[in-house]
Design a binder for this molecule. Structure first.
Ligand code: COA
Length: 315
């Protein structure tokens, strides 16, 4: 499926910034991760995408490779992130066939809606294993390669002739910031993912490796939104009201954030979380009362009674 470039990448990035660099991405055939990889490849890089489903992963790789003639994108299917040995073999194969691993995204995740009353111990463990342990396994498999890359492409704060390298990224969620029913398993797993990233930032920063997290909010036309929310027009309208920017995000906006963190522009960002959600999780405490409904009350021009100055500026 050919995807127009403006759908997965802004026009602000310089072509060729990832030339001769290699990205290793678990879950790389998914709706969000495939666009992150696509953006990386469009800007000059090569990639290995890893997944459980062989056909989906191989087809996904073929599809991504069409964005740039001459690019190399390998789909390594049949790999479960819960299996450290399988992941290690995938990382070794990627390095052998493409010449190294300079960037990695731990993007594989499992999710479903279930209250604790319907969540067996095995169901909880399954998501913990895929998200938390799987992210850890991914990091363990690629870190030696990332250290090697970071040594070659020094992170000094000024432009390097060979560009950047040695950067790790995790994909997380905001459930554990704001509290969310039906997501006990994922909230626990993503809290662990966040901490794994922070720990790597501390322990591998001295080797020049950076570790950061991208936390997407509701992104339009993704598996996450389809699985985790109601997509009828009324429900979507209500959910968009809780997002300060009033809309769902685009996959391009996650890809752009990825390019930023992997590029020279993101060199001094380490141990951080970039939440790309239009401000959604910040409204977790927005009042539900009819009188103060968010954002209608703010947009209405009405003043709050009893404020000492009594004045209300136009904006
Ligand atoms: N509600 C409650 N429990 C569920 C569940 C659901 N919707 N889906 C799976 N489980 C439970 C199973 O019942 C089982 O527990 P049990 O042994 O007590 O019955 C346990 O989780 C493992 O299920 P299984 O299907 O064997 O796990 P799996 O490893 O094959 O797949 C997922 C688990 C999460 C990956 C699966 O739901 C899946 O394939 N999801 C699609 C990919 C995805 O989630 N992408 C993320 C998009 S945001």
């Amino acid at each position: 499926m050919s995807v127009p470039r403006e759908k997965y990448l802004s026009s602000v990035w310089a072509d060729g910034i990832f030339t001769n660099k290699v990205l290793f991405c678990t879950g790389g055939a998914g709706t969000i991760c495939s666009m992150q990889v696509r953006a990386f490849v469009a800007l000059g890089g090569n990639a290995c995408i890893i997944g459980r489903n062989v056909e989906k992963t191989e087809k996904g790789a073929e599809d991504i490779a069409t964005v740039r003639p001459g690019s190399k994108v390998i789909g390594i299917g049949g790999v479960d992130v819960r299996e450290p040995k399988a992941l290690q073999s995938a990382a070794d194969r990627c390095a052998k066939e493409l010449g190294g691993v300079d960037f990695a995204i731990a993007g594989a995740a499992g999710n479903f809606l279930a209250p604790i009353s319907q969540l067996s111990a095995n169901a909880f463990k399954t998501v913990m294993d895929i998200d938390a342990l799987g992210s850890y396994n991914t990091a363990k498999a690629v870190l030696p390669y990332l250290v090697e890359s970071a040594q070659k492409h020094k992170n000094t704060g000024s432009a390097q002739p060979t560009g950047t390298g040695g950067r790790l990224m995790f994909i997380s969620a905001t459930f554990h910031y704001k509290g969310q029913p039906l997501q006990a398993h994922v909230a626990a797993a993503k809290a662990a993912v966040d901490q794994i990233s922070h720990s790597i930032a501390i322990e591998y920063g001295p080797y020049g490796v950076t570790s950061n997290i991208i936390t997407p909010g509701p992104i339009a036309n993704t598996e996450g939104v389809e699985r985790l929310s109601k997509t009828d027009p009324e429900s979507m309208k209500a959910s968009m009201k809780r997002i300060p920017l009033g809309r769902y995000g685009e996959v391009k906006e996650i890809a752009d954030a990825t390019v930023y963190l992997f590029s020279e522009a993101g060199s001094y960002v380490n141990g951080n979380t970039l939440v790309v959600d239009g401000g959604q999780w910040r409204t977790a405490g927005a009042s539900e009362s009819a009188a103060w409904q968010y954002p209608d009350f703010l947009m209405s021009g009405a003043a709050v009674e009893g404020v000492k100055s009594g004045r209300r500026s136009k904006l």
